[in-house]
Design a protein around this ligand. Structure first.
Ligand code: ASP
Ligand code: MG
Length: 443
């Protein structure tokens, strides 16, 4: 059971979490927690400010002050986190002295949020009749590579995880840090921002859990962002591939990498609402029930760049695209949408700097052709099972967008795919999403 930052934001929320976990105790859950809402941001700000040498700035005091306020609200012993406060203070001082912030030091600073929250939560639970113990996930075998800021557990870690978890005392609920890890050298790492979902999915897969529950602040996965579309609805069931598409393209409910370990282990992921635990939420699994609605959800990613390469060198040639992708691969440009004609190729990426770095080589590849970059584009994805088998659905989607006075600049729609992907201007996303949602879900 993973609880996100908003689920453990304050005493009121942590009391809800206590009731939820207590009610599910006979299933022997492991709890994975994020930092309290806002603490990780405050830690990152403190690290940056310290690196400017401004140790006296309020930014550097904010994380500890905020954590102290939560401790007081939970009526924890005031000295519960003193060792961590002292360690964080020393670390920020060190950063302010050397005035540099490496990805490794940033991970070290960021790790305090989860390390503090699990201790506060376990203490609170124990005093309210649910015996619990805080664990740093590295003590449960979560050993990672040294890719700071996006670390992943090393091959074979699962066996030590199973062993460590099997040795935990019975009758004590484990409350485990999300987000963080430790390398084989013993240095603290993180799996990346919003990564506690991923920690939970990795643990669930390693332990062969019945299911992974992601407790958040919406009624499961919704058909669109409820803060943008008032009529957004809950999606009761989804397949992994649909959910992966959505997670990647901007639905803020799930971290994009979360689904991989669960998918491989065929462990269902259930997304639930801490504020409304009775709501069934969304179940994501391999063989999902057929979705009665042709479209599952709408998601989008703004601030994308488009590369347009036009050259007669492509005409009737084998291997041109291979050369294009070799260049992009070398510059580590992650490509999302591709469309081609005989003499041109357009593709999108969120990596503007990478595309700009590759541009001279791409120009050379195009020879007498042209190579152009355009920015401020949105990739809009309409996800649904069997979309290409439904006559008229593409016409309906494109027609409603045209009706909203918006121009579509790229379309990708593959045989047997689960998504229709469109590229529009960033400024057009606001009018498009409610119109599309109305036509596809409220019609
Ligand atoms: N606390 C971390 C963050 O804010 C991880 C998480 O919340 O999942 O990014
Ligand atoms: Mg979060």
């Amino acid at each position: 059971m993973k609880f996100g930052g908003s689920s453990v934001a304050n005493r009121e929320q942590i009391e809800k979490v206590l009731a939820i976990v207590r009610a599910r105790r006979e299933r022997a859950p492991l709890v994975v927690s994020s930092a309290h809402k806002g603490i990780t941001d405050a830690l990152v700000a403190a690290a940056r400010t310290a690196a400017h040498g401004q140790l006296d700035h309020e930014d550097c005091r904010a994380p500890i002050e905020r954590q102290r306020a939560i401790l007081a609200a939970l009526e924890c012993p005031p000295d519960l986190l003193d060792p961590l406060f002292a360690e964080l203070g020393d670390l920020l001082r060190g950063i302010s002295l050397v005035r540099e912030l490496s990805p490794r030091s940033l991970d070290y600073v960021s790790s305090f949020g989860e390390r503090m929250s699990v201790r506060a939560i376990a203490d609170f639970f124990t005093r309210h009749g649910l015996p619990a113990r805080a664990h740093d996930v590295w003590d449960l075998g979560f050993v990672t590579d040294a890719n700071f800021g996006r670390a992943r557990p090393i091959p074979g870690w699962e066996a030590s995880c199973r062993q460590a978890v099997a040795a935990l005392p019975e009758g004590e609920l484990p409350v485990i840090t999300g987000f963080v890890g430790k390398t084989t050298e013993g240095e603290i790492s993180t799996v990346g921002r919003n990564g506690s979902d991923l920690t939970a999915a990795l643990l669930g897969a390693a332990l062969g859990a019945e299911e992974v529950q992601i407790w958040t602040d919406t009624d499961g996965v919704m058909s669109a962002d409820p803060s943008v579309v008032a009529g957004a609805r809950n999606i009761p069931n989804m397949r992994f591939d649909e959910a992966a598409e959505l997670a990647y393209f901007g639905s803020r409910v799930l971290h994009p990498s979360t689904l991989l370990p669960a998918m491989r282990g065929e462990i269902p992921v259930r997304v639930l609402n801490t504020n409304r635990p009775e709501h069934r939420g969304t179940v994501i699994e391999t063989a999902a029930v057929e979705n009665p609605n042709p479209v599952t959800s709408i998601a989008y990613r703004e601030r994308q760049s488009v590369l347009i390469l036009r050259t007669t060198r492509m005409f009737g040639q084998a291997g041109f695209l291979a050369r294009l992708f070799e260049i992009l691969g070398r510059h580590e440009v992650d490509v999302d949408v591709i469309t081609t004609s005989e003499v041109s190729v357009s593709l999108t990426s969120g990596d503007r700097l990478g595309l700009e770095a590759a541009e001279p080589e791409l120009r050379a590849l195009a020879e007498r052709g042209t190579c152009e970059l355009r920015h401020a584009k949105t990739v809009l994805v309409i996800v649904g099972q069997h979309l290409p088998q439904r006559p008229g659905i593409a016409a309906k989607i494109l027609g409603s967008i045209a009706g909203a006075g918006v121009n579509v600049e790229m379309v990708s729609y593959a045989m047997d795919s689960i998504n229709l992907t469109l590229v529009i201007d960033d400024r057009d996303i606001d009018p498009v999403v409610p119109v599309l949602h109305g036509v596809l879900f409220e019609g």
